[in-house]
Design a protein around this ligand. Structure first.
Ligand SMILES: NC(=O)c1ccc[n+]([C@@H]2O[C@H](COP(=O)([O-])OP(=O)(O)OC[C@H]3O[C@@H](n4cnc5c(N)ncnc54)[C@H](OP(=O)(O)O)[C@@H]3O)[C@@H](O)[C@H]2O)c1
Length: 231
């Protein structure tokens, strides 16, 4: 089996690489700056299953180069993991407090990024046996769950991501490609809560969701433990 993972140099992405390599999957690990991705490089050194590829998900030149490099390579799972959280504790709406550049960047990475990556590599997914696009979205993209102000950039980016991925699930169904929206839970990474769970626990659950995936699950929004998430 083959998998491509974005944002694979740290956090949940790095743990996905580690666990899939242990399972002897062929892992295409992508990151913005391979030259500084030390832990990932050590992993790739120890594991012949892992190769490292440059990909900033906002850069169309990186995407073109990666698609050319992987032409004809089947991808059983395309895992859109990369994401950003750029927020102050702003609750609004005081004039001047929102940083619209940061909001735009968040949308570029978290919403447009996974769509761009999927568009660039969809033929690779179609050429595989598993034919699955997975995406790390968040419970913070659940509009039904919003009770507090704040986190406007991140929440809106993940809600829009959910909408786009549901649409892609319908668009890709005729090609036999599925789309799974996954919430990894609260994980102690640079982005996540410091008292969150270990990334190994979350990734064990995320891998289980991927193992259990059937075509009828396409477009579902699931927590790492399999619980259905509200939209
Ligand atoms: N941790 C949680 O509690 C939690 C909860 C819900 C959802 N999630 C989601 O899970 C995913 C992984 O989060 P994490 O907790 O592992 O966060 P993290 O430790 O902050 O890692 C984020 C990863 O995304 C990469 N990235 C950022 N901008 C990028 C870009 N333009 N192009 C390519 N890669 C980029 C980072 O690369 P650099 O090192 O180069 O910056 C890093 O590898 C995200 O989509 C996040 O929204 C996390």
């Amino acid at each position: 089996m083959n998998i491509l993972i974005t944002g694979a140099n740290r956090g949940i992405g790095l743990e996905l690489v580690r666990q899939y390599a242990v399972e002897h999957w062929r892992v295409f690990a992508t990151c913005r700056r391979p030259e500084t991705a030390r832990t990932l490089a050590e992993l790739a050194e120890a594991r012949p299953e892992v190769s490292i590829h440059r990909l900033d998900v906002t850069r169309s030149d990186d995407l073109r180069a990666l698609a050319a490099e992987l032409a004809g390579e089947p991808l059983d799972v395309l895992y859109n993991n990369a994401g950003v959280y750029l927020e102050t504790h702003y609750e609004g709406p005081e004039p001047g407090a929102l940083r619209y550049d940061d909001w735009m960047h968040t949308l570029e990475v978290n919403t447009l990024g996974p769509v761009r990556v999927t568009e660039a590599l969809v033929d690779n997914v179609a050429a595989s046996r598993r034919r699955l696009v997975a995406v790390n979205t968040s419970h913070m993209g659940s509009i039904a769950d919003i009770r507090q102000p704040g986190s406007y950039y991140y929440r809106s980016s993940k809600a829009a991501l959910n909408a786009a991925m549901r649409g892609l699930a319908a668009a890709l169904e005729p090609r036999g490609i599925g789309v799974l929206l996954l919430h990894p839970g609260g994980v102690a990474t640079r982005m996540g809560p410091s008292d969150g769970m270990d990334s190994a626990e979350s990734v064990t659950g995320l891998r289980q969701r991927i193992d259990e995936y059937k075509a009828r699950d396409s477009g579902r929004f699931l927590r790492f433990d399999g619980t259905e998430m509200p939209w």
